[in-house]
Ligand binder design. Structure first.
Ligand code: NAD
Length: 293
């Protein structure tokens, strides 16, 4: 196997499997690892060389993409027993596409650099559909030379790469993006519920909003694709979105900022925990406004 055209992926869930599909289509060899049996089987069926350990993955490649739920998973895969640091080839490049915590990312990047490795935070937008079609948007935090090394891999996965500066900044940008997305779900739900009460047909209203200045990705994509047709199957869970909103709240609190609208949004998402299960689709946040009945 050619090491330059071999990519390792750790985390073969909704996003990781989509990225694997894209890399395979772009003629990369993909070696993958996940702790879930179901995910292993699904990835194997796609043509991924699924291995039994991080050690085996590190032996096959020095470019590793992470697609893991939370910062603690990223930490354990990198620094834990049997993890990347224990088994990495010299000068391994880690591209972390998970939505993770900026400070944890900065610490990991520093520690890896001291060991001769590189970590780039590369959180993504576009969902499983964007991952499998290679059209994600990627926000990058990290040194420019590291970004240059990662570029062939990022180009395969994305339609747009935006460098936001130093390590951790990609994750800051992603948390801000998802805070806005969380807000737009609530404001659009309220707006369409208002239109419904006033006698408007929701699909017609969304059509009108999308031609006007009130539109957002939520009105253009989420409402037509996952809300108004009751499908609620975007492949992004309430659990992961609640994590992102909570991290955005911590970011605001760490800087002691007073942002009342953000406070209202983050409180609404936190309160949803008692009514909307973790594994439900994140669009279910609009259901209390009379959607999905
Ligand atoms: P997912 O839960 O479907 O996949 C995560 C995978 O990581 C699972 O298969 C799990 O078994 C695996 N995993 C957990 N711990 C592991 C470990 N120690 N070693 C190996 N594998 C391990 O989640 P997802 O929806 O694919 O999201 C992945 C990341 O991307 C998250 O940080 C999420 O916030 C972010 N994200 C998701 C979407 C989306 O639409 N789903 C969009 C943008 C960003």
């Amino acid at each position: 196997m050619n090491q330059e055209t071999t990519v390792g992926i750790i985390g073969l869930g909704n996003m990781g499997r989509g990225m694997a599909q894209t890399f395979l289509r772009e003629h990369f060899d993909v070696v993958g690892f996940d702790i879930g049996l179901e995910q292993q089987e699904a990835a194997r069926a796609q043509g991924v060389n699924v291995v039994e350990s991080i050690q085996a993955l590190c032996a096959a490649t020095h470019v590793i993409v992470l697609s893991l739920p939370m910062a603690r998973h990223v930490q354990s895969v990198i620094k834990g027993e049997g993890g990347i640091i224990e088994h990495a080839q010299p000068e391994t490049l880690i591209i972390d596409t998970s939505t993770s915590e900026p400070e944890i990312t900065r610490t990991l990047a520093r520690e890896l650099k001291e060991l001769g490795h590189q970590l780039l935070d590369c959180p993504v937008s576009g969902g499983p559909a964007g991952a499998s079609s290679g059209t994600m948007v990627i926000l990058v935090g990290g040194d420019k030379p590291v970004l240059e090394r990662a570029t062939p891999y990022l180009d395969a996965l994305s339609s747009k790469v935006v460098h936001l500066g130093e390590s951790g900044n990609g994750h800051v940008g992603k948390l801000i993006n998802n805070l806005l997305c969380a807000a737009h779900l609530l404001t659009t739900a309220e707006a369409v519920a208002l239109g419904k009460k006033a006698g408007l047909e929701p699909a017609d209203l969304i059509n009108g909003l999308n031609a006007g200045s009130g539109r957002s990705a939520i009105s253009e994509v989420n409402f037509p694709r996952w809300v108004l047709n009751n499908s609620f199957d975007s492949g992004f869970t309430m659990q992961l979105m609640r994590k992102d909103v909570k991290l955005a709240k911590s970011l605001i609190e760490d800087m002691k900022l007073d942002l009342p609208l953000s406070e209202q949004i983050t409180s609404s998402w936190a309160a949803s925990e008692k009514d909307i299960p973790d594994q439900d689709d994140f669009n279910c946040i609009v259901k209390p406004y009379g959607f999905g009945e």
